[in-house]
Design a protein around this ligand. Structure first.
Ligand code: ASP
Length: 441
């Protein structure tokens, strides 16, 4: 028997009907042994997530204000699910414990974590699975950082003796014995941690979309879904990844070589997107698309420094980056020529201290000239197939030229996994549509 870890997001567990779908999914495959739930999410677009309701209660409690009314709404949501599923479970004791803890101001993270905790209890009861409190198996260190090794040891030992369990997402216990959460959307991280500890064959992340699309549907009409993508490509396309999967969720499973499958609870018949370490030739034959996806973002500045014989000067790049570091500016890309070096930075962060930064760059690098172009959008084209097929770059550039789009910058990683193109902000959407059309039609 294999092992699959299945994480279900908030919208997958928003009400009793969603719970029913989740149970059917789990029971359809006996390998789905470890289940990681989020707190109930939105049932409709104006609805409020339980996590947000809990934050609100805590904020009121902290100010010493009455939060009974708000808390009653939370109780009702859980009680409605319990009643509709005809469970005998009662959360009354938990509710009163949580309320008094909030009054005692035990922490905002604690308050938020109860969403997953309570939902986990209901789901465990409904499935007949053991409930494992994440506070017993997920750890943070003295600095508040996730303690990967310790967690992996304790959790894997624990799971060895448990055939099937529900482990709530989003939180764990910190070194000083208080509850701590990951950042928002963090149940994805818990799922990945459990998958690693369970030595799972697959980490399934069930949400409300059938995986990643190859381009933003607000820009491209009906973009092709991505069947298979590598962890690295996903990072390259991180501009579009964030809302489907928490960025941090990749790391635990990546190091263990466990693939992630993004699936849709409302359309379980869809295969979703597989995120894998590398794409075998077999997969490439099945999936001949040269490009995996196109994503991008607006509002960058390109700082170009020019200096004669830059290529012979040791430490030039370091001096440039040190200036940026001092001004707390991250850089996105760094295309360079023999005597030029460009650094692409976020417009907003850069313009704040622009004149100071330029002054420092002149002083510390002795550059002959420094040129800044703002209002640049970056478009990333990722594709593991690119390296095997000639002319991919030519196809992109020809298509853009034919569409009259001026390319301001090009950066291609030597792995040939991706090409980054800088265009004017105004040309952003059209660039994505043009590149998409060049490959997909
Ligand atoms: N419930 C938490 C949130 O809303 C964590 C999660 O859903 O992953 O951010």
């Amino acid at each position: 028997m294999g092992i699959k870890v299945a994480k279900f997001g908030g919208s997958s567990l928003a009400d009793e009907n969603q719970f029913r779908k989740v149970k059917a999914i789990i029971e359809a495959d006996p390998d789905r042994r470890y289940i990681v739930p989020s707190a109930p999410g939105k049932r409709f677009s104006e609805d409020i997530k339980i996590t947000d309701m809990l934050y609100r209660c805590y904020d009121l409690a902290k100010k010493g204000e009455n939060f009974d009314e708000d808390f009653a709404l939370i109780e009702k949501r859980y009680n409605d699910i319990i009643a509709a599923l005809s469970l005998t479970l009662s959360l009354a004791d938990d509710f009163s414990e949580i309320k008094s803890a909030m009054r005692a101001k035990v922490g905002r993270d604690y308050a938020a974590s109860r969403g997953e905790y309570l939902n986990g209890k209901i789901l465990a009861e409904y499935l007949g699975y053991e409930f494992i409190d994440a506070a017993e198996v997920i750890f943070f260190d003295e600095n508040g950082k996730y303690a990967a090794e310790h967690t992996d040891y304790i959790l894997s030992e624990r799971l060895k003796n448990v055939e099937r369990a529900v482990i709530p997402g989003f939180y764990g216990i910190s070194a000083n014995d208080t509850i701590k959460t990951f950042s928002r959307g963090g149940s994805d991280i818990t799922g990945a941690i459990v998958a690693k500890a369970a030595k799972a064959d697959l980490y399934e992340n069930w949400t409300d979309v059938s995986g990643f699309l190859c381009a933003d549907p607000r820009i491209v009409k009906n973009p092709r879904p991505i069947g298979i993508i590598t962890y690295r490509e996903l990072r390259e396309l991180s501009y579009m990844g964030a809302t489907v999967l928490h960025e941090e969720a990749i790391f635990p499973v990546k190091s263990a070589g466990i693939p992630i499958n993004i699936r849709n609870t409302n359309r379980p018949e869809d295969c979703g997107t597989m995120i894998v370490a590398s794409v075998s030739t077999l997969h490439e034959e099945e999936n001949p698309n040269v490009i995996t996806g196109i994503a991008g973002k607006k509002n960058f500045s390109v700082i170009t420094l020019e200096k004669d014989r830059m290529n012979e000067e040791v430490g030039f790049g370091r001096r440039v980056l040190e200036v940026l570091e001092r001004h707390k500016i991250c850089f996105e890309h760094m295309p360079s020529g023999i005597d030029t070096m460009s650094v692409v930075v976020d417009d907003l962060a850069f313009t704040k201290d622009k004149s100071e930064i330029i002054k420092d760059l002149f002083e510390e690098t002795g550059a002959d000239s420094i040129d800044v172009e703002s209002g640049i959008a970056l478009v990333a084209v990722a594709g593991h197939g690119m390296k095997n097929i000639r002319g991919t770059a030519a196809k992109i550039f020809t298509a853009l030229a034919e569409a009259n789009i001026n390319i301001r910058m090009i950066d291609q990683g030597s792995s040939e996994l991706n090409i980054i193109i800088g265009v004017n902000n105004d040309d952003f959407e059209e660039s994505i549509r043009t590149i998409y059309a060049a490959f997909e039609n």
